[in-house]
Design a protein around this ligand. Sequence first.
Ligand code: HEM
Length: 432
Amino acid sequence: MKTQLPPGPRLPQAVQTLAWFTRPVPFVLRAQRQFGDVFTMRIAGESAPWVKLGHPDLVREVFTGSPDKLLAGEANEILRPVLGDRSVLLLDRAEHMRERKLILPAFHGERMQRYGELMRDIAEAEIASWPPGEELELAPRMQALTLEIIIRAVFGVREAARLAEMRTALSELLALLTSPVAFAAVTLVGHDNAIRIGPAKRVLAAVDTLVQQEVDAHRGADDLAERDDILSWLLQARDEDGAPMSDAALRDELVTLLVAGHETTATALSWAIERLLRTPASMDRLHDEVAAGQSEYALAVAHETLRLRPVIPLVLRTLAEPMTIGGIDLPAGVKVAPSIIMVHRREDIYPDPHAFRPERFVGVKPGTYTWIPFGGGVRRCLGAAFALFEMQVVLEAVVRSAKLRAPRARSEGVSRRAITLAPADRTRVVAA
Ligand code: HEM
């Protein structure tokens, strides 16, 4: 098999890396204009080149391809020291499917509805704390809100002191994962070592202890079947052989859900508000529909936000063996990368693609291969229904209880925070 990779930007690797980290959207869209829907990118620190794919047909090939040949776990390697060896994000093949099947039912769409009241209460309390008349960064507020929701949904914890302990430990863990200093440490000493030293070790130990205490407390409870929290569900889950999850696996999956479900959703919510404040007609319509007790437009806003401002720019799969994708022969070892940015900005799918228009999704179900903010196939985000529902509930609460304005008319740029693409000024607002 011929192993020449598709052409791509000829800039030196260091320059490509810098462009990808500092200006991912224009960099990728320019390369797409120049090279088409398939091109190769070379990023420093990556073990293999990335072959970016920007057409839904190519995305379909990857998402429906054999999970034995398209490995996702390896691409998330950097998270291993924190999430652990048993995390569904890190596993591949049969082990991944076993773990995924155990967790998936806990995130079933209908089950999500049960968290509605919890989400609404937490959102309303948070919004009530926004000081009127002052300029405020909304992103950290959204982070506090989504953290509270995920802790309560995962563990069902209600007691204030316990919640405070968890909030502190998990905020520290998240800060570590998104801190430039921690990233530098990882680059200097490798991630396995970085996590064994200094603050990282202490923070991880604190999280592990809290998680284990919750697991132990739940195991002792006799009403697990009646509880709504995700841990209660996971403790009752059995695989095809009737085996439960081990404590080690439980720890890794719980930390995975807490980490994966928090900053991502907060960032998506921050973008939704940033875009709505720059698109007053959409804000007005959302306001009117919520006042009339309708939820459809709030969901359309969530869909359109994740289209135009996807939180994650791409997903990666490592080829375990040579494969032909889009008629192009690719060698083993290469990483194929369905580009969320490229697919979402296609004019042939989304006319006027750079405009924020929730109307696109009113009465329209997003396409499996044309709307991919949660990735796809057997690796599609397990929390997608949870995140969309949370976005919908929180947006409704915001327009119901707060009157926000943007202190500056200028749109906020796209800035990278570790792996997410976030509003550069952290969504500045003034609450009336
Ligand atoms: C707007 C918010 C979110 C976004 C944009 C997002 C995005 C993603 C993406 C792009 C992937 C990789 C998919 C792939 O490789 O094809 C993923 C995987 C995953 N996400 Fe999310 N996510 C969000 C919220 C959540 C929430 C709330 C949870 C859980 C509470 C969660 C749990 C997971 C898990 C467990 C995986 C791994 C799935 C697997 O490998 O089988 N995510 N997410």
